[in-house]
Every structure is written in structure tokens, then in C-alpha cells.
Design a protein around this ligand. Structure first.
Ligand SMILES: *Cc1c(COP(=O)(O)O)cnc(C)c1O
Length: 369
């Protein structure tokens, strides 16, 4: 049977879905003659802060910088240890090392696949200053316990929300629990630009000011650097594109969860383990990642059915050449390592048609039969 391949991600489908508004907004920027840090960025910052339920949002160049700048603005500096996970995009650790801080790895919970709050305390040393929980795949980390440990040991918390725009923990959006939070607007994220983009969100006016200075050469006043900053600005065109899409983010996330329900109903848990449902959390369903003992065979089978898949990620961070053997905690990550043998990402984006979803469900049922 001939099939059109269903790609595992499809950022162009989102352009098509919101094309009219996107083109109108982009044209507005082009005609304005103002391309860096203007009205689009400041309006987007207000709109995104309001969506998350935080007081401040500062647009930056990408999600990696957002983590790095959020850490710096909360006072993390050269040599400070930051506890995070090896089960994440490399960006999380690259951001920590970008500011000279030292990542330390804790293992994950079997439920959320996010940092296990009980494994933070045993890793704390005199140098430990912060925790970066990652809401992986859109599943919120166990924030109440993470905040409790952080408060007990006076650690800062910077949430990595790059995969979790709109996810909720106990009825509150992620990004509002820590001292600050980082978002990415990479094209395939739940809220994606057409290029790079990122943001820091915080309730602290001091942290917000600090990020604003750092993102533009440490300028408190134009042209006068008061501290050592960098250039990491969200540009006007990307902000205008994000403003076109933001009003539909909740609806798009709901559609993602609806598609996930169809997938879950088609899966026999003896053969494929779908993401676990966790009480008190609302999943942003950035990625639909299953666990399968015969991952390679399942991937091949789905490909034959015209369904693209991916592996997020083929190696945990501590297993990759740039990080192997040099990050404290790497020798005690059995859950992370076990997970990495089994994970497979099934197509998940709001623009999947009912017909495509049905094809994917049929293939999953067929595999499980
Ligand atoms: C995408 C991503 C980032 C980095 O975002 P960029 O905008 O690509 O720099 C950070 N952390 C996680 C978990 C991500 O998925």
C-alpha cells in the first residue's frame, strides 16, 4: 500500500494554519522600520507573562541563553554547582556550562521521567547553588517537592520549560514555581517561532531587570555597560510571529492531549508503554514518547506504515562524548540509562489531521495485536 509519510514533526503545518495572521504581523514589522527590541517584543513579553501567570517575561535569542541568563540573574556564577538531569536536551547542560557553572546529575522518577526530588539532597555539596528541573516532553516535574528541598538548602530553582509551554502542576502553569524559568521558541516547540527565540519568565523584579541588562551588553543605560553582558535578543519579527500564535496555544495543547488519548487507547501496555498519567498535572504533550522493549523493530514497522518517528534522545547527556566521564552523578543514573534503551517518539503536533491520527492508531493497534 502506498502512503504519504507522516513526518514526526511538521513546523510548516503550523505556518499554514496561522499564515494570514503571521504574514500580517511580519509585514507590520517590515513596514515599521524598527527591527530590534521594539513594540512587538515588549507586547509579546506582556502577553506571554500573562499567559504563564508570571509578572515578568524577557525575550532572548533562544532557550539555551534563557537558561544561562536566568541562572546568572539568580546569582549563579563560575564554579557553582547546579543539579539537573542527564535526561534532557543537551541545551540544559550547555547553558549551565556557558556561564562557568558545574552541572551535577540526579536520576529521574519512573513516573514523570523528570528529576527525582528525593535524589537532590544526597548530591548537595558546599558548592551547590541551584536546581534546574526539566519538564521533559511537556510533563511537569514534581515541583512541590523540588521547591521544598530547594528552600531547605537555600538553592535557587530555574525551571527548564522549553518543552512545557502551558503545562500545569496543581492548577498552576510551570514557569511560576522557581525563582525564574526558561522557555524556547524553537520552531517545533509548543509555541514556536520561525527561527530561534527564547524567554525568561519570573515574578522577581530584580531578576527581570538583571536579565534585561544581561541580554544587551550589560546596559542599564543605553551604550553604558554596567555589567558584563552578552547579545541575546528576541527579534521583532519572531516576536510578531509568536504573537500571532500565542492566542491559540491553549487550544493547540488541548488538541495535542486529544491526539494522545487516541494513541493511548490504541496501545496494549504489554507491548508499548505510553506516557504515564500523573494526578494533579496537565501535560503539554510536546512529545509523545513511548517505551518499547523492541524499539528498533517498532520504529521499522511504523516506517513501513508511512509513519515517521524519532528518538529523543539517542543518548543521555552523560553518555555523549562531550560530557562522558566528567560530570558528577553520572555513575548513578540507572533509570535514565534504562529508559534510553526503550524510548521512541511518535508524531505529535496539533495540525495532524484526523485521518493521520487514525492511520497512526491503526498502526499501533496492528503492532500490539
Ligand atoms: C529546546 C530545548 C532547549 C533549548 O532551546 P533552544 O531554543 O534550542 O536553545 C533547552 N532545554 C530543553 C529541554 C529543550 O527541549
Amino acid at each position: 500500500m502506498l502512503h504519504n509519510m507522516i513526518p514526526v514533526a511538521n513546523p510548516k503545518a503550523q505556518l499554514i494554519a496561522y499564515q494570514e495572521q503571521i504574514l500580517e504581523n511580519v509585514n507590520r514589522v517590515l513596514n515599521s522600520g524598527w527591527y530590534i527590541l521594539g513594540e512587538e517584543v515588549s507586547s509579546f513579553e506582556k502577553e506571554f507573562a500573562s499567559f504563564i501567570g508570571a509578572k515578568f517575561c524577557i525575550g532572548v535569542a533562544n532557550g539555551t541563553d534563557a537558561i544561562a541568563l536566568a541562572l546568572r540573574a539568580t546569582g549563579i556564577a563560575q564554579g557553582d554547582e547546579v543539579i539537573t538531569v542527564s535526561h534532557s536536551a543537551v541545551a540544559t547542560v550547555a547553558a549551565i556550562e556557558q556561564i562557568g557553572a558545574v552541572p551535577v546529575f540526579a536520576d529521574i522518577e519512573l513516573t514523570t521521567k523528570c528529576i527525582d526530588p528525593d535524589l537532590i539532597e544526597p548530591l548537595i555539596s558546599e558548592k551547590t547553588k541551584a536546581v534546574v528541573p526539566v519538564h521533559i516532553y511537556g510533563q511537569p516535574a514534581t515541583m512541590d517537592k523540588i521547591i521544598a528541598v530547594a528552600q531547605k538548602f537555600n538553592l535557587k530553582v530555574v525551571e527548564d520549560c522549553a518543552q512545557a509551554h502551558g503545562a500545569e502542576f496543581n492548577g498552576k502553569k510551570v514557569g511560576t514555581f522557581g525563582d525564574a524559568a526558561a522557555f524556547s521558541f524553537y520552531p517545533t516547540k509548543n509555541l514556536g517561532a520561525i527561527g530561534d527565540g527564547g524567554a525568561v519568565v519570573t515574578n522577581s523584579p530584580e531578576i527581570a531587570d538583571h536579565v534585561r541588562w544581561l541580554r544587551e551588553y550589560g546596559w542599564k543605560k543605553r551604550f553604558i555597560s554596567s555589567l558584563q553582558g552578552i547579545n541575546s535578543r528576541l527579534d521583532e519579527i519572531q516576536a510578531a510571529i509568536l504573537r500571532a500564535k500565542l492566542p491559540y496555544l491553549s487550544r493547540d495543547n488541548a488538541r495535542r492531549r486529544e491526539i494522545a488519548e487516541y494513541y493511548i487507547k490504541s496501545i496494549d501496555r504489554e507491548k508499548i508503554i505510553p506516557p504515564m498519567k500523573i494526578d494533579g498535572t496537565l501535560h503539554a504533550m510536546h512529545l509523545f514518547v513511548v517505551e518499547c522493549d523492541q524499539r528498533e523493530a517498532l520504529q521499522k514497522f511504523l516506517k513501513e506504515q508511512g509513519i515517521g518517528t524519532a528518538i529523543h534522545y539517542p543518548m543521555a547527556i552523560h553518555q555523549q562524548p562531550a560530557y562522558f566521564g566528567r560530570i558528577r552523578g553520572s555513575d548513578a543514573l540507572p533509570r535514565t540509562e534504562n529508559l534510553y534503551k526503550k524510548i521512541l517518539t511518535i508524531p505529535m503536533y496539533p495540525e495532524l489531521t484526523d485521518n493521520q491520527v487514525e492511520r497512526i492508531c491503526t498502526a499501533l493497534k496492528k503492532w500490539c495485536a
